[in-house]
Design a protein around this ligand. Sequence first.
Ligand SMILES: NC(=O)c1ccc[n+]([C@@H]2O[C@H](COP(=O)([O-])OP(=O)(O)OC[C@H]3O[C@@H](n4cnc5c(N)ncnc54)[C@H](OP(=O)(O)O)[C@@H]3O)[C@@H](O)[C@H]2O)c1
Length: 265
Amino acid sequence: MQNTQQPRTDLQGKVAIVTGASSGIGEAIAEELVKRNAYVALTARREDRLQELEQRLRGIGNAEILTVPGDVSKPEDVQQLVNQTVQRWGKLDIVVANAGFGYRAHIVDGDIQRWKNLLNTNVYGLLLTLKYGVQKLLENGSGHVIVTSSIAGRQVTAGGAVYSGSKFAVNAIAEALRQEVGQQGVRVTTVEPGAVVTEFAEVAGYSSEVIEAIKQMEPLQASDIARVIIQALEQPAHVDIAELTVYPTKQTGQGVFANTDKRQQ
Ligand SMILES: NC(=O)c1ccc[n+]([C@@H]2O[C@H](COP(=O)([O-])OP(=O)(O)OC[C@H]3O[C@@H](n4cnc5c(N)ncnc54)[C@H](OP(=O)(O)O)[C@@H]3O)[C@@H](O)[C@H]2O)c1
């Protein structure tokens, strides 16, 4: 019988941008890409953290890294990231749209400035990353987009209106993109992690009760998510793992919030 097996995608020499690379999941993905000899452009707002990461990654073989600090909710910053990446390496193959943060409050108690910042980063910032990044993938006629969503993009709990709303939007945007660019050889993978140990809980301002409940469930590490993403990236070019939901084994839905949600009085 004829062997119709297609080769795995080799990440060596692929050019990637990673948003939200200054910590957590983005940092872990950047590291895994560098270990596979991909060329990686890092972005986030904290320049010092990106430079520390760049230094660390330079210790891995012949790492090729570019650091472009910026805010994904600013079109000029995203354009700068994409343009500098293409100037440096002549192309773009992988866009990891990962920057984002959480927030929990009942709607009636919501901090309206935080709502705006969250939607500007998680939704508008994602759209900007996709708009300017995917243009370059289409010019290549191939590429792969990784979008970090959340299980909060599949399930809603009281207190999660704005974050869940943003991640439901992320899932819709990623699926629309998949339908728009698949015919042109560009793959789109949406990753929906459950609880992962990163700076996320601190940035979101979770209560100590929620943080303790997360610890009890043996949460995922950022490296777990990075490993799963690499598996999606390494599939043969005709295989698009469109959606990856990754739970800690002991996590049941978003139960940790259902059990601990209390309105701040
Ligand atoms: N940890 C979890 O349990 C979990 C679960 C499901 C989904 N997620 C999703 O995973 C993604 C990564 O989060 P994480 O867990 O790795 O949290 P994290 O450690 O707090 O990392 C978030 C990253 O996003 C960057 N960022 C935030 N706002 C930004 C902006 N406006 N422009 C550019 N970069 C920005 C942060 O860098 P700067 O502050 O330096 O800009 C940081 O690098 C997020 O989309 C999050 O919603 C996390």
